[in-house]
Design a protein around this ligand. Structure first.
Ligand SMILES: C=C1C[C@]23C[C@@]1(O)CC[C@H]2[C@@]12CC[C@H](O)[C@@](C)(C(=O)O1)[C@H]2[C@@H]3C(=O)O
Ligand SMILES: O=C(O)CCC(=O)C(=O)O
Ligand SMILES: [Fe+2]
Length: 363
């Protein structure tokens, strides 16, 4: 069936009972006129290069000799500065567990839409589309459960019996990803002259999130975003994408797509690590450094018209009152807390339709 091009055709597009009603609620975004006006050229995504992210084998980090360990640390630090992204194998999370949670995630998202949006499933963490979108490039053709880990631990946290297994799997995956994030953040912090356990202390189970993403097939322009371009509002993200593909990152001012690798987990630097400046009182070396050593890089997800896509993301976040960057020399950013950062992001998304992020806090 050719993709519908007018709002009339759109109504004919039969979404499944579990798909969010994107067409009905956002028809004004997809009507022919809106589409004609919207120049997708700014996010030209037709012919783009596919890249292999830097692939880092973590076995050298834990059981390699000193030389291999140092090489592994250097690979992690270099990729975080040059790409802002890398992928890791021998990360300690079993492929079987990741396959199992994708099965349960699919079963969970395939519940009727009304059930997902109406009930308190996963503590009202459900979100879909983008209610403030006024144009296609502010819209995300996806649905997600953005779950605070603190809620995952709560007994009886609005889980229906038939999804107890999903909750248990989420706890297992969150636990493993937390451990991996702590190790990687420790390596990156130490490379900045900071205590290795700085993040273990400022990011606890109560401040981090696990996000389940589903990207339904999209029958409209192949340039519709599954998730609009953004940088992550955290220190570090650990991401498992399934075999479908669609994730792209900005590299040398061009979008490049990231080839799915079922054995690997993707790691990307968030805004907070880019702005991070080790509090001087625990700076362990006189390394001359400032912020922006590691790069929080813009990325997006593109839809496809054929198959749904799933991903699961772990966000390493500090407590709301954590100070991210002091304005002491040589910081490029004024002093701000995570709470101020998130509030500014939400205000910008509401008023402009886009996240502005770190540039709001430049000195
Ligand atoms: C890490 C995150 C940043 C984000 C919320 C999220 O937890 C995952 C998606 C991100 C995104 C992408 C589109 C928008 O820019 C945004 C405001 C949103 O609604 O989801 C950002 C979020 C953010 O920066 O807070
Ligand atoms: O689904 C993906 O591959 C990326 C998701 C993402 O960027 C996010 O949840 O912040
Ligand atoms: Fe992201």
């Amino acid at each position: 069936m050719p993709p519908p091009t007018t709002s009339l055709d759109m109504a004919a597009f039969q979404a499944s009972s579990y798909d969010p009603p994107f067409s009905q609620h956002y028809s004004f975004l997809f009507s022919a006129s809106a589409e004609a006006e919207h120049s997708f050229s700014s996010h030209e995504s037709r012919v783009i290069a596919e890249c292999e992210l830097p692939l880092i084998d973590l076995k050298d980090l834990q059981c390699g000799n000193e030389e291999e360990r140092k090489d592994c640390v250097a690979e992690i630090a270099n990729a975080s500065s040059e790409w802002g992204f890398f992928q890791v194998v021998n990360h300690g999370i079993s492929t079987e567990l990741l396959k199992e949670i994708r099965r349960e995630q699919k079963r969970f998202f395939h519940r009727p839409f009304e059930k997902k949006v109406g009930s308190k499933l996963l503590n009202e963490s459900y979100r879909w589309g983008n209610p403030t979108a006024t144009s296609l490039d502010q819209f995300s053709w996806s649905e997600a459960f953005h779950v605070p880990l603190s809620k995952l631990a709560e007994e009886g946290g609005c889980y229906e019996d038939e999804f107890r297994s999903l909750r248990e799997l989420m706890q297992k995956v969150a636990g493993s990803m937390s451990e991996l994030a702590r190790i990687l953040a420790g390596v990156l912090a130490k490379n900045l002259g900071c205590h290795e356990d700085f993040f273990a202390k400022s990011c606890s189970e109560n401040t981090c999130f696990l996000r389940l993403n589903r990207y339904p097939p999209c029958p409209f322009s192949p340039e519709t975003f599954g998730l609009m371009p953004h940088t992550d509002s955290d220190f570090l993200t650990i991401l498992h994408q399934d075999h479908v593909g669609g994730l792209q990152l900005m590299k040398d001012s061009k979008w490049v797509s990231i080839k799915p690798n079922p054995e690997a987990l993707i790691v990307n630097i968030g805004d907070l690590f880019q702005a991070f400046l080790c509090p001087l009182f625990i700076k362990l070396s006189d390394v001359a450094w400032s912020n922006d050593v590691y790069k929080s890089v813009e990325h997006k997800v593109m839809t496809n018209s054929k198959v749904e896509r799933y991903s699961i993301a772990y966000f390493l976040c500090p407590s709301s009152d954590s100070i991210i960057s002091s304005c002491k020399e040589p910081s490029r950013y004024k002093k701000f807390t995570f709470k101020e950062f998130r509030r500014q992001v939400q205000e910008d998304v509401k008023t402009t339709g886009y996240k502005v992020g770190l540039s709001r806090f430049l000195l």
